[in-house]
Design a protein around this ligand. Structure first.
Ligand code: UTP
Length: 296
């Protein structure tokens, strides 16, 4: 590695401690990250995206009632023994490829859902003093290569902090964190000059929203430690990124891909339809069923 190469991104943080109130009653017992898109839990798509990007260690910030996530990424000994006894090798292979390597996953609890920024801060001891990726699993991003792989490539060129952004209709900007752009590096890559969380529509500096994938430097943790509650009374990650922007470079990366917000019912339903249609084993059988449903 040349002396100028930025430090390798080895770890990813998945904040999964939110209450998922928009999906009650489904999320009373089942974590929203375990809801399935076609036949895989939403969280598994994010883990696979991170693996594709070369990430080596997976940090899950969980909360009460989220044990199913830890179990999902563990060895299900009895199940695998039963499948083996029945000669179900394909099913065993599905389970085997779902598991992180021994010791490659860590779980830490956010004891109270005080906000996304607080959840990220809870990962500080496990991440340590190195850059890390952050992925909000309910933002499902369909891209080839995946969004994190695209961002790591951008990071390897520019270093610093990278924030995935996407354009939304102007009337929706008040629901998200919004960035203001400075210098253009290429059509997808720009420096960030300002960020604002949930601005009034008339105050938004652009139509580019922060969309759930980040590469952050470890100095963010010191900012989060002192962060006061912001929008919605929660400790907001964007507020700490705004503070870090005074010290470090941030890049907005407009990824190539399509986002489905699986934290929202319409986004979740759209993801199921889109991913099913895209699957070679399901799409051709599902399409006529869907067509008939739409025709009524
Ligand atoms: P959301 O804004 O989607 O909140 O969190 P939520 O609580 O999960 O869902 P609703 O709005 O009640 O339906 C965005 C991401 O931040 C995580 C969530 O798990 C999700 O991945 N999060 C949020 C935490 O880990 N801790 C928190 O305190 C808040």
């Amino acid at each position: 590695m040349s002396p100028k190469s930025p430090a390798k991104v080895r770890k990813v943080v998945f904040p999964v401690a939110g209450l998922g109130t928009r999906f009650l009653p489904a999320t009373k017992v089942i974590p929203k990250e375990m809801l399935t898109v076609v036949d895989k839990p939403v969280i598994q798509y994010a883990v696979e995206e991170a693996i594709e990007a070369g990430i080596e260690h997976f940090v899950f910030v969980t909360g009460r009632g989220k044990n199913a996530i830890e179990d999902h990424f563990d060895l299900a000994f009895e199940l695998e023994a039963t499948l083996k006894a029945r000669g179900k090798t394909a099913e065993i292979e599905i389970l085997r490829t779902t598991r992180p390597l021994y010791g490659a996953a860590s779980f830490v609890r956010q004891q109270e859902p005080l906000g996304l920024g607080h959840a990220v801060w809870c990962a500080r001891e496990i991440v340590g003093n190195e850059p890390f990726a952050l992925a909000l699993p309910d933002m499902l991003i369909h891209g080839q290569p995946g969004c994190l792989a695209q961002m790591i490539e951008t990071y390897n060129t520019h270093g610093g902090n990278i924030v995935a952004v996407e354009e939304v209709p102007h009337e929706h900007v008040n629901r998200y964190g919004v960035v203001a752009l400075g210098k253009t590096f290429d059509k997808r890559t720009h420096s960030i000059t300002a960020m604002v969380e949930k601005p009034k529509i008339e105050d938004a500096p652009s139509d580019l929203i922060i969309s759930g994938r980040y590469i952050l430097q470890p100095e963010i943790f010191a900012k989060l430690e002192l962060q006061k509650p912001g929008a919605g009374g929660e400790i907001q990650l964007t507020d700490s990124m705004i503070e870090l922007l005074a010290d470090q470079a941030f890049i907005a990366y407009q990824f190539d891909g399509k986002t489905y917000d699986c934290g929202d019912k319409i986004g979740y339903l759209a993801a199921n339809v889109a991913y099913a249609l895209d699957r070679p084993d399901i799409g051709p059988k599902f399409r006529p069923v869907l067509d008939a449903l739409i025709r009524g």
